[in-house]
Design a protein. Structure first.
Length: 176
């Protein structure tokens, strides 16, 4: 089995950074949802807030790594222009646009990946900062917990759509 440099970066972007981002997002949902003063002692709340701060910081880092590697590494290869008589399979964007059956994959999927995916690191960083700022008070503030959960769910959806499109687009027109 052989893997090219471009394929290695595509795997690092999608399965490495993106996969870890989804693990962090799921952990953030579970961590914030279960953060209740009636379920633990004061010492337990201190331990949980430390764990939550670490997990949310990792979530923010993974989200930034995912969009930055996608935008400034993988996407550059995706949008490369073919020369005269080039094999379009080597140029995924142009391969997708060359067929009516795959044109929508680019027009909707890549537009979502290019633009909407950038919402994720901003939300993730905001959530991490909010939890870091309020600290142990989060256990008592149900409105803030609900707001943070909604933000994480929005972030999860904004990351899931480009993740799915990225996997399908890579299947249809792999970045070689």
């Amino acid at each position: 089995m052989e893997i090219s440099f471009k394929e290695l970066w595509t795997v690092a972007h999608g399965m490495g950074f993106g996969g870890n981002l989804f693990a962090c997002l799921r952990g953030a949902i579970a961590g914030i949802y279960s953060f209740r003063p009636e379920l633990t002692t004061h010492a337990g709340i201190k331990e949980r807030i430390t764990r939550l701060n670490i997990g949310l910081s990792l979530m923010a880092i993974m989200s930034w790594l995912t969009v930055i590697s996608g935008t400034w590494i993988v996407y550059i290869w995706y949008r490369a222009k073919p020369g005269e008589g080039a094999d379009l399979m080597e140029f995924p964007r142009y391969f997708l646009l060359s067929k009516p059956s795959t044109k929508e994959w680019h027009e909707f999927g890549m537009e979502w990946k290019e633009h909407v995916a950038w919402i994720v690191p901003f939300i993730a960083t905001s959530v991490a900062y909010s939890v870091y700022s309020v600290g142990e008070e989060l256990a008592k503030n149900d409105r803030l917990k609900k707001a943070l959960l909604w933000l994480i769910l929005i972030s999860f959806c904004c990351a899931a759509v480009p993740g799915v499109f990225g996997a399908f687009i890579n299947k249809i027109a792999a970045t070689r």
